[in-house]
Design a protein around this ligand. Structure first.
Ligand code: ADP
Ligand code: MG
Length: 388
């Protein structure tokens, strides 16, 4: 009996993994086709000197943006997306989104918001909360093709040890509960069971990605909260997002630097770039040099520390987080102890661990997620070097 159950569970797990890898491979193949094809055309036209290339550059960049969205959503599910948690006021956030939500769901759906007075501020990445709300509203719209009601509710909730234990992996404490409820079709049990799986969708090809709820699930868990769905066929669905209460008096740490519109300003100062991936390092270093910066480069933490220990002047450290051997965090820690005023930009493909959260509270520190457009990277570098 026990053995059959284990075997069944294993089979289901393998099926889910198969669906996931198949989904990724399918989407990436299309994107690679578009990028590779565009590059081929560009190369041919550059060789013959004939034909316009701008359209193909644009096509390739569009595909890169789409691939970026895809990897972000997958990282969200695996709880590895780089997050910038901050003290977030849900009333302001929901108010700010109301127009967009109303426009997205259309006129046949009534939108009601009911936020309890004195809702606790939460500690979470505000952009991700907004994305989650919007995603939930769109799911609700899809479940109400003939109209209905969408209700967004917010209440304060204290979970004691028993309540917390009944929900897997959540700690006792204060949470703000954000609920998005609809009066739509509801989900049958087999859909409900799989709704959080990446790439699981019941929508026609081209309409559903199956990455909405998986992203919300991963985000909630990574933020120290959780999410649950209650749904009944014919009666509607309610998605409850529990997000941890913020105990920070105010937002400390790195206030996002204002990025100017004109990124093509010369970069003043000396930048140390630490990146183990040679092509990425080359692209960053070249871009900085083209803008007039003095650039030092290191391919790992050891090399970086040698440079940081030398008397050479450095204004900004740009370091990859996931370096082999000494991590980017360790490089930054040492750098800061040697040079307290050093400005630091972390570059990361995914969030490695919570230590980085603390790192990011240090002054003059910024986290940029790969892939980042070179223009944006330069703009950030400039903003940091030019800020006090
Ligand atoms: P997608 O919307 O791209 O299909 P999601 O991860 O957002 O992907 O949702 C997965 C599936 O869960 C949907 O295809 C749908 O079957 C079901 N679902 C999600 N939200 C609702 C809802 N509010 N009402 C009914 N079914 C829903
Ligand atoms: Mg969706």
């Amino acid at each position: 009996m026990e053995e059959t159950r284990a075997a069944l569970f294993q089979a289901q797990k393998m099926e889910a993994v198969g669906q996931l890898t198949g989904g990724i491979a399918h989407d990436f193949n299309n994107l690679l086709q578009a990028i590779g094809g565009s590059l081929e055309v560009i190369e041919r036209r550059l060789m013959t000197g004939q034909g316009d290339i701008q359209a193909y550059v644009t096509a390739a960049r569009t595909s890169v943006d789409r691939a970026k969205t895809l990897t972000q959503r997958l990282l969200a599910f695996s709880r590895r997306q780089p997050l910038q948690p901050e003290r977030t006021d849900l009333e302001t956030l929901v108010d700010g989104l109301r127009d967009l939500i109303e426009r997205s769901v259309g006129e046949a759906i009534r939108v009601e918001t009911r936020l309890a007075p004195e809702l606790w501020p939460i500690w979470a990445d505000a952009n991700q909360v907004e994305a989650a709300l919007l995603n939930l509203a769109i799911n609700a719209r899809d479940a109400m093709p003939h109209g209905g009601q969408l209700t967004i509710q917010g209440v304060n909730i204290h979970l004691d040890a028993t309540a917390a234990a009944s929900e897997t992996g959540v700690l006792p404490g204060d949470y703000t509960l954000l609920e998005v409820a609809d009066t739509g079709t509801g989900m049958p049990p087999d859909v409900l069971e799989r709704a959080f799986e990446p790439f699981f969708t019941t929508k026609p090809l081209g309409q559903g990605t199956g990455l909405g709820l998986s992203q919300i699930y991963g985000f909630a868990r990574q933020s120290g909260g959780y999410v649950r769905i209650d749904s009944e066929v014919g009666h509607g669905t309610s998605v409850k997002l529990y997000l941890p209460r913020s105990h920070h008096a105010e937002n400390l740490g790195s206030v996002p630097v204002k990025v100017p519109d004109q990124p093509q300003q010369p970069v003043p100062g000396t930048v140390l770039v630490v990146e183990d991936e040679p092509i990425v390092r080359m692209l960053l270093v070249e871009a900085l040099r083209e803008q007039g910066a003095t650039v030092l480069e290191a391919e790992d933490g050891n090399e970086a520390l040698t440079i940081l220990n030398s008397p050479v002047g450095i204004d900004l450290l740009v370091t990859d987080v996931g370096l082999p051997g000494i991590t980017g965090q360790r490089v930054a820690e040492t750098a800061r102890s040697l040079r307290p005023d050093l400005k630091i930009i972390f570059l990361t493909g995914y969030a490695c661990n919570a230590v980085l959260d603390k790192e990011l509270l240090a002054p003059h520190t910024r986290l940029l997620s790969k892939p980042i457009a070179i223009d944006q990277f330069l703009a950030q570098v400039n903003a940091m070097l030019r800020s006090g």
